[in-house]
Design a protein around this ligand. Structure first.
Ligand code: HPA
Length: 225
């Protein structure tokens, strides 16, 4: 599928999960080869909307900064701090469309968040509610000092893809919420004083994604798709 902004990261996969009708788009591409700062976020969000999507559940792996956000947890963040730079971050950039300033006080959809919380409760999946997601540039992980600064700013979680994805969804009028899977303590946190194991990230990620699938499968149970 092509869009005025180029091609999305992958073809959209249409299917069912439990009673939920969904389209799946792996933002890093089918082989996980697209780095966070090179993802064509505008094409991805545009393609989803063109395909009829109204609600976007962003499944994102993150590092845990706050002590309560241990590896293996699943979190529904409610705020964002954007540390990314140089990414195409608006449809309303005065070039492709007239300049517009959108309200972003509450970056995530409360209605979609509520549905995710209900589905988690029914599915018996523990979902931590609330948290500040800090979006970093990547693809490298952060230094311990950068994480200390982020903690000082109030960030609870760190990931590389939440922005500009969330604001582009807002600009298109899509309901957008994030399921943040904590796959490691952030740099310098917990037992990651001296480094972060990619192998361990992969193991924890596989484990938390099972919870994500159970939760999403339950989401279709109450809404007829
Ligand atoms: N930092 C940034 N992004 C991440 C991390 C992290 O520690 N873990 C998973 N995605």
């Amino acid at each position: 599928m092509s869009t005025p902004y180029g091609s999305p990261s992958a073809p959209l996969l249409r299917g069912h999960l439990g009673g939920l009708r969904l389209l799946f788009l792996p933002r890093h591409g089918p082989d996980h080869a697209i780095a966070p700062h090179r993802i064509n976020y505008r094409a991805n969000l545009w393609a989803l909307r063109e395909a009829g999507v109204r609600e976007v559940v962003a499944v994102s792996t993150v590092g845990g900064i706050a002590p309560g956000m241990a590896a293996g947890s699943l979190v529904l963040p409610d705020q964002i701090i954007d540390y990314t730079w140089g990414r195409e971050s608006s449809f309303f950039d005065g070039i492709n469309a007239p300049l517009q300033h959108v309200d972003f006080t509450r970056p995530f959809s409360a209605a979609l968040g509520l549905r995710l919380r209900k589905a988690a409760a029914t599915a018996g999946v523990a979902l931590l509610e609330g948290g500040i997601y800090g979006a970093t540039q990547g693809p490298r992980l952060e230094t311990a000092a950068e994480i200390r600064r982020m903690a000082h700013d109030g960030a609870d979680l760190v990931g590389m893809t939440g922005m500009p994805e969330a604001v582009l969804a807002r600009e298109l009028g899509l309901e957008y919420a994030m399921l943040a899977a904590v796959v490691n303590p952030a740099a310098g946190c917990g037992d990651n004083q001296d480094g972060i194991s990619m192998e361990r990230i992969r193991e924890v990620s596989a484990q938390v994604m099972r919870d994500v699938v159970s939760l999403l499968a339950m989401m279709g149970a109450d809404d007829g798709g």
